[in-house]
Design a protein around this ligand. Structure first.
Ligand code: ZN
Length: 260
C-alpha cells in the first residue's frame, strides 16, 4: 500500500476508535441514569477529576496511562479500551473493504450505535429504545443520498428485522426480550432488506457459536438469559464486510450502497 493509503488506514482506525470511545462514555452515562448529551467535561469515575484532552485520546491514552487514572490511580474500565480498539479495527477493515465511499460512510457511522448497544446489552441486558430509534433515523437519513428506493430499502430492512425478532420473541414465550426487535429497527435501516437477513443469520450463528460451548461445559443453562444484542451487532458488522461476497456467491444483486 502506498504511504497515503497507510495514512488513510490509520485515520480510519482513529475515527472508529473515537466513535467507540464516545459510545463507551454514552453507555456509561446512560447506565448511570445521567444524560449523555451536552458539553460536560469527561471525569474520572473514581475521583471525579476533570480529564485533560491528553487523557482522552482513544486507545493511546489507556496504553500511555497503563490503564490507570493520572490523578487517583484507579483502574480505567477495560471494556472502554476494548470498545475503542474493536471499533478502530472494524473501521480500518471497513476502509480496506470499501475505500472512501458511501459504503464506508454507512458502516463507519453505524459503529457508534453498534458499540453503544453492544456495551449496554452486555452490561445490563438492556437495549435503549431511544438509541435504537436514533440509529434507525440516522440510517434512513443517510439513505436519502441514494434516492427513494434506498430509503424504502432501509425501511423494509428495519421492518423485516423487527418482525423477525418479534416472531422469535413470541415463539420463545417471553424468554427473549423485545429490545432486540427494536435494535433490529436500527440495524435494518443501515443494512437494507437483504443485508438485514444476512445480519440476522450471522448474528444467530455467532450467538450459537458462543453459547453452545458454554452450554456443553455447563457454564450456562438453558434458562440463563444470554444477551442477543451484541451478537446481532456483530452480525451487522459481518453483513457489511461479507454481504457483498455472499450475495455474489448466491447470485443476488447487491443493493445500494453496498455495491460500491
Ligand atoms: Zn481518578
Amino acid at each position: 500500500m502506498a504511504a497515503c493509503g497507510w495514512l488513510f488506514l490509520i485515520f480510519a482506525f482513529f475515527v472508529g476508535a473515537s466513535l467507540g470511545s464516545f459510545a463507551g462514555a454514552a453507555a456509561c452515562r446512560a447506565e448511570a441514569g445521567e444524560k449523555w448529551w451536552g458539553l460536560e467535561r469527561s471525569r474520572c469515575v473514581s475521583c471525579g477529576a476533570v480529564l485533560a484532552p491528553r487523557d482522552l485520546v482513544p486507545v493511546l491514552s489507556f496504553i500511555a496511562l497503563r490503564g490507570r487514572c493520572r490523578f487517583c490511580g484507579a483502574r480505567i474500565p477495560v471494556r472502554d479500551f476494548i470498545a475503542e480498539l474493536a471499533c478502530g479495527v472494524l473501521c480500518a477493515v471497513f476502509f480496506l473493504r470499501f475505500g472512501f465511499s458511501y459504503s464506508f460512510l454507512f458502516s463507519s457511522a453505524s459503529l457508534l450505535f453498534l458499540a453503544f448497544h453492544t456495551l449496554t446489552d452486555a452490561e445490563t441486558g438492556y437495549i435503549y429504545d431511544s438509541w435504537a430509534f436514533a440509529m434507525a433515523g440516522a440510517g434512513l437519513a443517510l439513505r436519502l443520498a441514494g434516492g427513494a428506493s434506498a430509503v424504502i430499502d432501509g425501511a423494509a430492512g428495519a421492518a423485516a428485522g423487527f418482525c423477525f425478532i418479534w416472531a422469535v420473541v413470541l415463539l420463545s414465550r417471553g424468554r427473549m426480550g423485545t429490545g432486540d426487535a427494536v435494535l433490529m429497527l436500527g440495524v435494518g435501516a443501515f443494512t437494507g432488506l437483504k443485508f438485514a437477513a444476512a445480519a440476522l443469520y450471522a448474528g444467530f450463528l455467532l450467538g450459537c457459536a458462543a453459547v453452545l460451548p458454554l452450554l456443553a461445559a455447563g457454564k450456562v443453562t438453558r434458562k440463563t438469559a444470554v444477551p442477543l444484542g451484541p451478537f446481532l451487532c456483530a452480525g451487522c458488522a459481518a453483513a457489511f464486510i461479507f454481504g457483498g461476497s455472499a450475495a455474489g456467491f448466491f447470485g443476488f444483486s447487491v443493493p445500494w450502497p453496498w455495491g460500491a
